[in-house]
Write a protein of this length. Sequence first.
Length: 228
Amino acid sequence: MRKTSPATAGRRVRGADSDARAQLLDAAVSLFAERGIANTTVARIAAAGRVTSAMVHYWFDTRERLLDAVVEERLAPLFRTIWEPADVEHGAPFELVQGVLSRMFDVTEKQPWLPSLWLREIVNEGGLLRERALRHIPSKRVAGFGQNIGRGMARGEVNARIEPMLLFNSILALVMLPQATSRIWHRIHPGFKLDRVMLERHVSALLMNGIAGPAAAAPARRARRRTP
């Protein structure tokens, strides 16, 4: 088996090999989301990626490095997509929440495996991606998000009964859990079809109305009274 330094492991291929490697990573994350990492063999990943098991070992050396690559090359970019545009220092609380929410739906629409993988391998105790994923969470931005909501509460814009540091957890749950459990709900309610438009409308209504404080709610009430 070809050996490389940790800094170059998983990044040494070019051209057609690089495309095949990317296809293999896509196959791996889909299988991990569907079956769980512990129940997914290297042989199954290789078959789904249309390569041999030997090629999996060639590109990643070990299963641990494959998991590293999944997080660094598939999960971490999604975290950046959600958080890098967020102005946690100066953004208005409602715009900040709406922006994070919209980008999270963009991410899960483009990568539909994410909610199940999040539930199986990051949230669940013993999830094999938890520690790796936590290293890529922008903790300062997440903390800044909560602090921004706290400042909105002080101004009366945000519901005083909201816990600022739990709000992002609530957003995660509202976006991810329904998508991760959609198959279960379809079995219980066969006629129910979950789609982004429906879920985003539902979650946005819950959040925007739920976090509105007196200073934010008063103009909306006045507008409703003026409406014929």
